[in-house]
Design a protein around this ligand. Structure first.
Ligand code: ASP
Length: 332
């Protein structure tokens, strides 16, 4: 029965370290806790919201795939469509949390808060950060100021935009950061302080399926481009090439990057730098300008793994190369 006195939040459980405990036989942390068991570790949560438990999966982050992420989007959409639900929280493995958050941000169209949360320490460790993170995530989900912010990542008491959030450290509890722009706000005990919002949000309508045949090839000094050759020899429908600096290729891989662009599939150039934009600043051989002239798409500020998600979503929605170009190059 719906409790009308308290806001109702759907918490969708997918797994991740927040659901893990050390299994002595396996010799490490594995998913173990149900949604109810995780909630039981968060004292006082019932004072913030009435929680509806939705068990989606109990898997590690690396077991999430883009197809499952889209299935998750449908589950979240159904919760958001329920007038009695004020917001949705999703527990998730941190390894792929940013891809899921970004995919949801692209395909969902709701003003209600949607919050991704995980933990860096598991339930068998001292200082398990899962319960506190989950409490903060639910608190954000009931917060009127969090409406219309797009999909959020709430970890370590920071509110981050899905498009900007990235896991920066393999172990630290402050791993999630928006390295270029900082947090949208913070959780300060029972108060949510929102200090900025993203000016433009992206939405891709009518996504019923993803194009899965999209890959990433990373280049470094002296890469001979064979990985691009292998990639385009297959059934690829889109390619992300992670280049150097502003989006440049090593001299040894110029011919292969050109061949990929000429093959007719959308080729998005990203950078191995963790911050800043890809742009056609340079005009020497192998620089972004040359590939842009041939038809390559400059990835702007989108890191490679999110560029792949965006390509999968846009191709799945039937977008052509020019529409995809506009979505990347116009996005900043
Ligand atoms: N490897 C774990 C996962 O993604 C890490 C975590 O959840 O923090 O499931």
């Amino acid at each position: 029965m719906t409790d009308l006195a308290r806001p109702q939040i759907a918490v969708v459980f997918t797994g991740g370290t927040i659901s893990m405990r050390v299994d002595a036989q396996a010799g490490g942390a594995v998913p173990a806790l149900s949604g109810e068991e995780i909630l039981a570790l968060v004292p006082g949560l019932e004072k913030i919201a009435a929680v509806r438990v939705v068990e989606f999966a109990r898997v590690a982050g690396p077991h999430m795939t883009p197809v499952r992420m889209l299935e998750l989007a449908r589950v979240v959409e159904a919760q958001l469509a329920d007038d009695t639900v004020q917001g949705v929280v999703i527990t998730h493995g941190t390894d792929t949390l940013e891809e899921t958050a970004y995919l949801l941000d692209l395909v969902l169209d709701s003003e209600k808060p949607v919050v991704l949360v995980g933990s860096m320490r598991n339930g068998s460790e001292l200082g398990f950060d899962g319960p506190a993170n989950l409490r903060s995530a639910v608190r954000v989900a009931v917060e009127p100021a969090a409406r219309g912010l797009g999909v959020l990542v709430v970890m370590n008491d920071q509110l981050l935009a899905a498009a900007e959030a990235t896991k920066t450290h393999t172990e630290a509890v402050d791993t999630f950061q928006s390295r270029d722009f900082g947090a949208l706000g913070i959780v300060d005990k029972d108060r949510i302080i929102v200090t900025r919002r993203r000016v433009a949000r992206e939405h891709v309508p009518a996504v019923v399926a993803l194009e899965e045949r999209v890959e990433i090839v990373k280049l470094s000094a002296g890469s001979d481009g064979r990985m691009i050759r292998y990639a385009i020899a297959g059934e690829l429908r889109g390619l992300v090439i992670e280049g150097l600096g502003r989006g440049n290729a090593p001299v040894t891989a110029i011919a292969e990057v050109e061949a990929a662009v000429r093959s007719g599939i959308p080729v998005v150039l990203t950078s191995r730098c963790p911050r800043g934009r890809v742009l056609d600043t340079y005009a020497y051989a192998g620089a972004g300008k040359q590939f842009r002239k041939l038809g390559a798409i400059l990835g702007g500020m989108t890191p490679s793994h999110k560029a792949r998600i965006k390509l999968m979503v846009m191709l799945g929605a039937g977008a052509g190369v020019e529409k995809i170009r506009e979505a990347f190059e116009g996005a900043g």
